[in-house]
Design a protein around this ligand. Sequence first.
Ligand code: BGC
Length: 445
Amino acid sequence: MWLKRFAISFSIVLVLALALSGCAAPAAAPAAATEAAAATEAAAAAAPAAGGELEVFSWWTSGGEAAALQSLFDAFSAKYPGVKIINATVAGGGGSAARGVLQTRLAGGDAPDTWQVHPGFELLGQYVEPSYVAPLTSIYESEGWKDVVPSALLDLMTKDGEIYQVTVGVHRGNGLWYNKKLLTANGIEVGPTMSVDEFFAAADKLKAAGVTPLCVGDSGIWATSQLFENTLLGVIGPEKYKGLWDGSVRLDDPDVKKAMETYGKMLDYQNEDHSALSWDQAVKKLMEGGCAFSSMGDWAYGEFVNAKQKDNEDFGWVSHPGTAGSFMIVADGFVLGQGAPDVENTTNWLKVLGSKEGQEAFNPLKGSICARTDCDRTKFGVYHNWSMDSFAKDALVPSVVHGSAAPADFQQALNDAVTSFVVDRNVDAFANGLVAAAQSSGFGK
Ligand code: BGC
């Protein structure tokens, strides 16, 4: 209270002082000189940090990811050429390896200035709760971002009234990508949506023709967990899917078991070398005609763009079987490390990420859509416009595999259960394992 009163009386004093000094001001300076002085002042206010460093920690190492990250570095360096960027990446899609490295650094008091994060449980549980990050609410206010970032997204980044992340793009996790020429050569045409049955019909046809229907790259287990997560959404639908994470639907529900069976059946159509490939190598294999479909978030789009493939000519997309009408949110953002060595540079970096220009440069390359609602649609191609429409009208659901829907211990338990299921195909063990994990994580009944 005293602080508030102090602030109010301080501002009254300030206003009075300014008014008084205005009264006492000498005769007005010539207009040109005033303008010049104002210009200098403005330039000084907008002056870039003199130099120093900025360490950016992420897992963006695939061809498409690295190109998109570079666009952010370019946008930053154009404004702050004197700052040396340290590109601290740890390879491994979905952050599977990066998060462990980061935790070790954070625990050891060696935080990077800024790091990649998903909103929801990952941000709030792993970084806000233990005070590893600083609030960014004042930047949201000074930049006017509260008016342009959807409130549902703001909620996922807010704790006790403070916002902790700047989101640069929103991926759609439930995509099914395909090699268009390969499908056409095999007499398969994909319509605007695809049911689970339609997928299996196409897969059988391809298999009979000696073509591998499904490409998976699960050298990082998260990629096949994502195939499961997408299939779960497709089989049980968005309402029930959301119920799993608030505890109102059990993970051994008969429909969940049906989804597990469907996932198991899908695995029968995957490439033999799946465990030797990363997610992006699987997408590359698809581009080269080594398989027809791949279920992946639209960071896959970044790989197609990076390889100069043409939308709806070389490759196509549809919602993962059964998931039309849902948008699985996988949003990417960055934080300000608590006690970051380069606070000013990091703040400027976050301002670039949150800006319209920054997001319009980054997202066409990354495959995600802007986190802001005011980006210029004409700067985006057919895929992005399709995804923006989906985001505007479809059921928005969170991803466990990408850290938003459930705590980290459950995310890990899901990956472990999937690892076993890929080998033993035991639906009951899979379901019981997830029920137990949800209970011990605190949200399952
Ligand atoms: C991230 C994406 C990234 C993908 C694969 C996801 O967790 O949100 O930005 O491209 O993992 O690495």
